[in-house]
Ligand binder design. Structure first.
Ligand code: SF4
Length: 169
């Protein structure tokens, strides 16, 4: 499972309330763990690699820090980088929370839902279990429902459909 297309800077937000069995980042669960960094410090670090395609907010649960991440997300977009977020919340839940929605609206892609160890699969790109969706944000907002995508194309996944490479986002 990758954290998005191309060469990406992955930011692991600290703190997660979802308690998914088999989580691969248990060290990120404690909201008192991790370390503090300002948006300016993170932007400097991101800027050190001009080859980066984009940035991915992972965790942990990035939506817990949605308000703090907004200026960073705006700056990343202003620099022409793509932005993905991995969240344990469902797309439909995100839309009901103003701060979560504001962060999601700045993203190109939201990978949603908790990790379900019973539906774990190595076959689907960019996600750990079948229940998780790779959601194209702009298309979903325009259509008024979650639209899943495959490598730069809006696409409704058929279950276990084979990975098909396409152009970078
Ligand atoms: S949402 Fe992600 S980080 Fe949080 S417990 Fe589930 S798999 Fe782990």
């Amino acid at each position: 499972m990758g954290d998005g297309t191309g060469l990406r800077y992955v930011l692991f937000a600290q703190g997660c309330p979802h308690c998914c069995e088999g989580c691969h980042n248990p060290e990120t669960h404690d909201p008192a763990g991790g370390y503090d960094a300002t948006a300016e410090e993170l932007l400097l670090d991101i800027g050190r690699n001009p080859l980066l395609t984009g940035v991915t907010f992972s965790g942990g649960e990035p939506m817990l820090q949605a308000r703090a991440l907004l200026p960073l997300a705006e700056a990343i977009r202003a620099r022409g980088k793509s932005l993905w977020v991995y969240t344990g919340y469902l797309w439909e839940e995100i839309l009901q929370n103003a701060e979560h929605r504001a962060l999601a609206e700045l993203c190109d892609v939201v990978v949603d839902g908790p990790f379900d160890i019973k539906r774990k699969t190595p076959l689907l790109p960019f996600r750990g279990s079948e229940n998780q969706r790779v959601i194209a944000v702009r298309e979903s907002l325009a259509k008024g429902e979650a639209v899943e995508m495959m490598m730069g194309r809006e696409h409704r996944y058929e279950k276990n459909e084979a990975y098909s490479p396409g152009p970078p986002i």
